[in-house]
Design a protein around this ligand. Structure first.
Ligand SMILES: Nc1ncnc2c1ncn2[C@@H]1O[C@H](COP(=O)(O)OP(=O)(O)OP(=O)(O)O)[C@@H](O)[C@H]1O
Ligand SMILES: [Mg+2]
Length: 223
């Protein structure tokens, strides 16, 4: 048994663009333990989304390693990487990333069907909790921002990941819906021992998670 689900070790990220190179963070070390909830805060543009994409195995760091358990993610075959992403992680993207040619119901069931964690009763519960029942046959493009966000949350929860990454999951929700969504995420965290990593600008949300980290001056600090 490892003490972490995901560990990032000495991770740095530099983007090289036409206007020069942009160093986002340098030698960052984080261990995401099982069943634990984390907040990641920091100013806009500091690199939070990029760090989340690296921790979830979607983006390669410029240097350093990402471990899923004891497996060095970027040393694995791409087929193995895909399986780990599919089975162990789920992401609620800042830009939702719903699949445009699938309706709401199909979007919600998508990852759960391919990773074989599809459970009709459980998914029905999520759909009801997120008040999406009325929208199941709709196309993503016909939904409001807040509705798309709730669908993206339902899709991530339905997949029952070991670790759930959420990039400003309440960014386009009103106060009442934000509270509902945070409550659901914390509920999943406790009920299924899912680790939870939430990027947020809200200190009140951050205070409800067990650990708070801040990305600042290219480093991640505990707060
Ligand atoms: N693929 C890329 N190529 C070049 N630069 C990029 C790329 N992706 C992100 N950046 C830059 O890296 C910086 C950090 O972006 P990122 O999206 O990680 O910030 P963030 O902390 O999530 O910001 P926000 O709070 O506004 O969402 C930004 O200046 C962005 O323009
Ligand atoms: Mg971001």
């Amino acid at each position: 048994m490892h003490e972490h689900i995901v560990k990032i070790k000495n991770v740095s990220k530099v983007f090289v663009t036409k206007s020069g190179s942009l160093e986002l963070f340098t030698n960052v070390n984080i261990e995401f333990a099982p069943s634990t909830s984390y907040a990641l805060i920091g100013e806009s543009g500091v690199g939070k989304s990029t760090l989340l994409h690296i921790a979830s195995g979607l983006e390669k760091p410029s240097s350093g390693e990402v471990y899923f358990g004891k497996q060095n993610f970027w040393g694995l075959k791409t087929s193995r990487q895909s399986l780990l992403r599919l089975n162990e992680t789920a992401i609620i993207f800042q830009q939702y990333n719903l699949i445009p040619c699938l309706n709401v119901k199909e979007n919600i069931e998508f990852q759960a069907r391919i990773n074989r964690k599809y459970n009709r009763k459980y998914i029905k519960e999520i759909i009801e909790d997120l008040r999406l029942t009325r929208l199941l046959e709709e196309w993503p493009e016909s939904l409001s921002g807040g509705e798309q966000q709730r669908v993206a949350i339902a899709r991530a929860l339905a997949a029952k990941p070991k670790i759930l990454f959420a990039d400003e999951p309440t960014g386009s929700l009103d106060e009442k819906n934000s509270e509902l969504v945070l409550e659901m995420l914390l509920n999943i965290n406790k009920k299924y021992n899912t680790s939870l990593v939430v990027i947020t600008h809200s200190l009140s949300i951050a205070s409800k998670l067990e650990q708070c980290m801040e990305l600042k001056s290219r480093k991640v600090l505990d707060r």
